[in-house]
Each structure stands twice: as C-alpha cells, then as structure tokens.
Design a protein around this ligand. Structure first.
Ligand SMILES: [Fe+2]
Length: 243
C-alpha cells in the first residue's frame, strides 16, 4: 500500500506535533503494510496554515528520512502538500510556493467543507487549464457532495482524481460522509484511498480496516487499485487506471 495523504510534517499543522509523534505514525504505517507516504501538510489555508514550500519544509523531510533509516523501517517518503484551493493556487504552484505530489502533475487539493459546487468546479477548471490533474481530497466530506449524489461523477468527468479517506469508510466522520463514500465506491468513482492520518493515537495511518472493508464489500481487485496501484501511479506521475 501507498498513502498519498498524511499529516506527518511535524509542527506544521494539526497533524503530528513532534518528530517523535511523526515517527510513531510512520511506525504504524510500516507495521500495517504501507510502503510509502506522501507528506502532505495543510497549505495555503487563508488565515491559518500557510506552509509554503521552503528549505525548512524539505529539512523536515530529510530529518524524517534519517529517522526511518535509523529505525530500519521499510518505508519511503515523498514530498507533497494538501493545498487549500484559492484563486491564487495555480500561480503559487507555478512559483513553487505550492507543490504537487512528488513533483508530478498531481496536486492534492482540498476545499472549505461548505464551499458551493460552482465555486469548487471553477477553481478546479482553472487548475486543469494550467496543466494539472487535481487529486480531490476526501470528496465525501464536502456538503456539496453529500447533497448532490451526481457531484462525484461530475468531478471525475472533468478529469479530477477522487481520493477518499479510510476514516470515512470506517464511519469515523459520521453517517453522511459514510453514505457519500459508499455511493462513490459503489459507482466505481473512487480512484484512491488514503489515510489522511493526523496522529499516532487517533486518525492513524493504519489503513487495514478500510482495505478489509473494500475487499469484503466489493472486491480484492478494487482494493488493490485504490490502495496500491493508483497511488503508485500518481507518485510516479503516470496516468491512473479507472476501474
Ligand atoms: Fe488532510
């Protein structure tokens, strides 16, 4: 498995606060069968976490990689951000203040949970016009997706990739995201499952429960695509495979 959405950039956002907590999360991921993690701190959030790419950000990656080597863990780290979408995001990507997943054509993007569908679509269109392929983080958690069951297909038909959260599949964000994620999965509109992990104690990087749920509710092949094949293709900058 590969995890393309994980908050282990310690001290950057509401994820891991210390290197020790980040290492704790990495150990859980390694123990649970994850072979690689994209480090995706919340970035470009107005009035909140900015986390524009800098030497300090890449230093943290270097330190985390050193800790992995020292602890003899079999796991790779990739650069990334969870980009809060604003009108300025495309130009910030061009200038290098915002970065895609592992320097590919794939930015991981999020929105305000209550942003309306027209506004979301117009921002995604601008990003696509600038040459990017947006990976939409946890669509099942947005009000416009919960209220309109055709919205996921609309996003996908535009060319977006849909990344659903393991926690939604496990019912940890309540009944509405749970229903929305099953609608997305049932219609074979999900492309990737990621942990969106924030700590070693709760919202952890352990994705085994969600993997088992998809194997039993759907199929092993679908789980393999969502947890392994497509995340690896994104990290390699290859086109993803639609189920
Ligand atoms: Fe996140």
């Amino acid at each position: 498995m590969l995890d393309i959405h994980c908050h282990i950039s310690y001290g950057s956002d509401d994820g891991a606060q210390t290197p020790e907590e980040a290492l704790g999360m990495i150990k859980i991921a390694a123990r649970c069968g994850t072979k690689g993690i994209a480090v995706t701190p919340h970035s470009n959030v107005p009035g909140s976490y900015r986390n524009y790419f800098s030497e300090g950000v890449s230093d943290k990656l270097t330190i985390l990689r050193r800790m992995i080597a020292e602890n003899d863990l079999d796991i790779q780290l990739f650069s990334g951000q969870e980009i809060f979408m604003t009108e300025e995001a495309p130009s910030l990507l061009e200038s290098g203040k915002l970065v895609t997943l592992n320097k590919t054509q794939y930015p991981l993007v999020e929105f305000d949970f209550y942003e309306n569908q027209e506004s979301v679509i117009s921002k995604l269109e601008r990003l696509i016009a600038a040459g990017y392929v947006p990976v939409v983080a946890h669509p099942e958690r947005y009000a416009f997706v919960i209220e309109d069951e055709d919205a996921p297909k609309r996003l996908r038909d535009m060319g977006c990739i849909l990344q659903v959260n393991k926690g939604s599949i496990e019912g940890r964000f309540g009944r509405m995201p749970f229903r929305a994620v099953f609608n997305i999965l049932e219609h074979e509109l999900a492309d990737i499952v990621a942990s969106d992990a924030h700590s070693p104690y709760m919202r952890t990087p352990d994705m085994r429960g969600a993997h088992e749920a998809i194997c039993s509710e759907f199929s092993f092949d679908y789980a393999d695509l969502l947890f392994s094949i497509n995340p690896a293709r994104v990290i390699q900058g290859k086109e993803i495979i639609r189920f």
